[in-house]
Design a binder for this molecule. Sequence first.
Ligand code: P6P
Length: 331
Amino acid sequence: MAGLMTLSRYNLQRRREYEGATGDFTLLISHLALACKIVSREVARAGLLDVLGKTGDQNVQGEQVTKLDVLSNELLIEVLSDLPMVAAVASEEDEQIRITRAGRLTGRYLVCFDPLDGSSNIDVNVTIGTIFSIRKRQTVGAEATTEDFLRAGSEQVAAGYCVYGSSTVFVYSTGDGVDGFTLDPNVGEFVLSHPGMRIPDATTCWSANVGNTRNWLPTTLAFVDKLTSGQGRYAKCSLRYVGTLVADVHRNILQGGVFFYPDDKKSPLGKLRLLYEAHPLAYLVEQAGGKATDGHRRILDIVPDGLHTRVPLVIGNGPDVDLYSALAAAA
Ligand code: P6P
């Protein structure tokens, strides 16, 4: 056990660093990890059970809902509802916030999540993931409201994701760097595998849906011209696009690269959601030494108008994000 730094042990060790830590946060993270372990198990055996495919319903996004979307959403809500420190949750799958049972009045934390990002990839066995964002609400003593969630991303106290790929990797930050833990299915524990994740200063790849090129605006087209120029930092820059945001961002944090889903002629706000996709991933990428913008504003400075506000997203190495911003400013 000596060498096995599990997420639980790591959390307890980190907790000692926080004066007066109540253990609430440690318990919250461990329950999020538990939910991700269960989702990982269901994703791994989806093909064997009747949990592949669509439910025939549409979610608040107008997207087809898959059975695993529903399962992972309900699982996360169930796990978080019993925690006295969580007051409410906001999910990509639900139009409104959900008030929890245990922490309804006194819970200090608010949790936003995309329970299963990349659901179009579920049925074809391509990496998908869970994304979460943790905030502290300003007041307690009453039920949380939607307005409690509509605040700048810089107010997040933690964020993370879990990617369900060739292995299951849980990555999170509490504002003091980013650490990754790989699930050891034989032990049933997340084990520290990626301590102190830092995005390498090398644009090894760019990630975008090139199928949208005809709709891209001049700024994006000029950016792609630079990325494909073969010049300077783009001398060896490949295109890599999974179609699952969290998988593309995870690869880019590990290897260096830039992802973008910009505003275009068809979608003036792009496709991705601010509260439970852009905010948490921007928090993590900045903690790993990178940047994230909507082309004009730092993602973490943006305050959502609503729970499902969409935002253009350019995220990854600082020099690449800065280049996009400079091109946008010059447009
Ligand atoms: P497109 C998945 O559905 C998702 O929300 C993100 O995970 C991903 O980056 C994006 O949509 C892919 O969208 O239009 O390229 O299929």
